[in-house]
Ligand binder design. Sequence first.
Ligand SMILES: Nc1ncnc2c1ncn2[C@@H]1O[C@H](COP(=O)(O)OP(=O)(O)OP(=O)(O)O)[C@@H](O)[C@H]1O
Ligand code: SF4
Ligand SMILES: [Mg+2]
Length: 385
Amino acid sequence: MTDPQDHTPAPERATATGTSPAGGDAGRRAGAPLLEVRDLRVGFGSEDGLVQAVGGISYTVEAGRTLGIVGESGSGKSVSSMTLMGLTRSPSTKIEGEVLFEGRDLLTMSTDELRKVRGNEIAMIFQDPLSSLHPFYRIGDQIIEGVRAHNDVTKKQAKARAVEMLGLVGIPDPGRRVDAYPHEFSGGMRQRVMIAMALANDPKLLIADEPTTALDVTVQKQILELMDRLQRELGTAIVMITHDLGVVAETADDIAVMYAGRIVERASVHDLFSHPRHPYTWGLLRSIPRLDLPRDVELVPVDGRPPSLIGLPDDCSFRERCPYAAGCCRPGMPDLLGADGAPDHQVRCTMPPERRATIWQVLADGGTPQEAATKAGIPQPEEVA
Ligand SMILES: Nc1ncnc2c1ncn2[C@@H]1O[C@H](COP(=O)(O)OP(=O)(O)OP(=O)(O)O)[C@@H](O)[C@H]1O
Ligand code: SF4
Ligand SMILES: [Mg+2]
């Protein structure tokens, strides 16, 4: 049976706080975050040159908290999280930086060491649940295998754990359904099974990559509520990856917005939604429905396409698509810095604070980027030409 993350439960580990018994945390430093990603860079060798999929990202996740990573397709969300788990290692992949999990650098761990962490202390739900569930094996056997890979328990004990977990994620009649095959479950139920598998070893960190994208809105809501409840009960930290700001609004404590392999804005959920500061984030916000605007206000994706990740210029990567670039941007890649007197709200954009405030005011009232740019005195492309 193939299982990319060696799913496994740890029945003996304490569940209420998501922390291991004393002694198991020898590498943990007091007050340090559970996960600390420092300047992570991932490049793939290709015939045309190095594809810089992740261009230097840093973030932390505290125990029991949820970080949402948001960005459109190709922004490096999956590559960055798969790299944490050692799943992008290959001779042609260039990986730099540090990924400290309880103080231990996952990037320098041997494959064997990493295998022990994966599916046990850190679990991942992949974008496509079917890719992680083997069609020929019973659901229960797949959970049991994951449990026994990391715990010295009998098959009977592991099966009891599988039934318990299926019950926990809301599978009706888990004692019977544990013997079913994946095709006997609906998409939403399969996603619940994936969550059961991922949490069966009581991981301290769960990385959920688009866990609800393939589901309809009602089932999506149920799954997000389930993850929220399990997090409160089990104390698991979560990295929630999605292209949908609406999903992180419901689930995350903090948000990192990614664009072209970099974080362009990072803040608490409250700050990001009340005072978004990066033009790309403004664009993303215009593409989710808002209750405070009339229903006929059009939802628009961000115009244009992201840049090629091969030979990215050392300049603001969003410049080509930014409606506010003219006349305000300095050359060079802006740093990710605390903005407008808020050190915890970081943005990779050199726009002056007054201009930012003027533009956001117009956008928040339902105005278009063109109207906002005009109000801020920014020449429009035709004027510039
Ligand atoms: N093995 C690889 N070799 C070369 N390029 C790759 C490889 N894996 C990913 N990429 C490229 O890296 C970039 C980031 O991909 P990634 O899968 O992280 O995007 P994503 O943000 O998860 O997008 P999506 O929302 O579509 O899942 C993309 O341009 C992708 O084509
Ligand atoms: S630095 Fe300039 S081009 Fe880049 S996002 Fe900010 S305003 Fe737009
Ligand atoms: Mg992805």
